[in-house]
Design a protein around this ligand. Sequence first.
Ligand SMILES: [Zn+2]
Length: 591
Amino acid sequence: MIKFLTFILFFTVLFANSEKTVDDKKNITADEIRDHIKFLSSDKLKGRRPGTRGSKQAIRYIEKEWKSSGVLPAGERGFKQSFIFTSGVSISGYNRLKIDELRKTFRVKQDFMPLGFSAVGLVKADVVFAGYGFSTEDSISWNDYSNIDANGKWVLIFRGSPDGSSPHSTFSDYAPLRKKYMAARDNSAAGVLFVNPFNDDELEKFVALRFGPSTTRGSIPAIHISQEVAQQLLPQNTSLKNLQNALDTNRASVSFDLNISVSATISLKIIKSRGTNVLGVVRGDGSTDEIIIIGAHMDHLGLGGEGSGSLRPDEEAIHNGADDNASGIAGLLEMAEKIAINSEQLKRDVLFIAFDAEEKGLLGSKYFVDNPNINLENVSAMINMDMVGRLKDSSLTVGGTGTSPMFEPLLDSLQNIHNLNISYSKEGFGPSDHSSFYIKDIPVLFFFTGTHEDYHKPSDDWEKINATGEKIILDLIYDVTKHLGFLDKKPVFTIAGPKERSQNQRGFKVTFGIVPSYSSGGPGLTIDGVRPEGPAEIAGIQSGDIIIEIGGKDVQDIYDYMHRLGDLKKGQRVAVTIKRGEDTLELVVNL
Ligand SMILES: [Zn+2]
């Protein structure tokens, strides 16, 4: 019975579309918005994580809707533009750790766990204890490497700091695992053995295995060992706990050779996934090559979990993502339908893009601007919709309004017509896909109804969507698009804020004035953009260069870059080594 009813329901939805009247197509309606969101955020699509069955069903749904609206395929294969990204890492094959002198072998996952960015392979070396693995010469002046020679040895170090993992600790800048890993590399260690301290019960037994698009594999192994294993590395009458008490009480370095050696074999597999952007175009009257892009991301967090971006990482559940961002995709479908039926009013083509893997770090939009199948110079503006389904008190936020002088006057003229209270945010860079276009000097507008208590939780469900409110927003965006579509000249681009997450937000004291790439696989840090007249540009650094050293110390990826930057001071002159094609250049940057 249930089966028969589902069958009937499925076909009713399928054919409902083909029976739409011209009026339905001509108008953006709350019912259609709700239907799109209901389907895209249904449990069946399991939260639309990139590369999954649910994601494929969302893609098919978009393609079907666009076909019936007369939107033309504009991808590399029909509507699709696919890309491969790094989505994780897993233990694979043979992993072993042995204390040679004790002839004791330990088991992975039980006694030790490699870190996601660990180098792989076999390392056999002596071990030296190096306290918290700090190496600082500044105000706190704590260098665990000053009394030992770590060259070619494993360093055994505690996670955290004498203040545990409190973010307010004076040590908080030095506590991150990547920072300690970098200090060990700077002291030519053969590998790092991290152990949990006794002053912080919050810490998980082993650091979760994580490897994101911006992670690169390190040059030395990094292993998290249990306190029991670490205790066996110490001399007979030495207790690991007392060692730590000494560190915390004296608040000074304790480090010494352990006269014992460890052999470890690490084997990890980097997991690659496929992402798919979906592209459809409505042609204008052909009088110009210029294009308006309207975009929204279609992916969400799937079943959530550790590292997914879920605000309930411990709750493995379907993150339906009705507002984030089924609402944006519903907007894309409704806009496309209405624009397709009114295209004679447009001079410019309108390209619709459903981006994938936005939740993984804007990967789909970044891939598109780095591998465009159109000439980006012809893009007159990019309109992004991310979370437009929860309008409250007619309050709408529009970001990027400073990226062209014509945007705010245009929105001023339209907000009364649409009874909306629009608050403007001028910055072109923000937490969604429009940032990828702003970085390429394209004027952007970002429509957003604001965050809410269900953000990035399984409870972001369609029942909470304000479809009538979204219809009002889409009518506004339609008028904006129509206006942009008919302009004689394309909007002028103006810089509006940094082209990356602002340095202040990151607590850095200095800036290079570059846009780092978050997804270039390393080694080294690829530069996506250089701020005009910034320190880097003045020093001669160019977009596309790869930073491999700062101040004579190696930079393997974005994490190293951030930690090296954290050590630099205003007014300092620092040597930066870059790769440009086959050449290696050393340039001096004035901070
Ligand atoms: Zn989103």
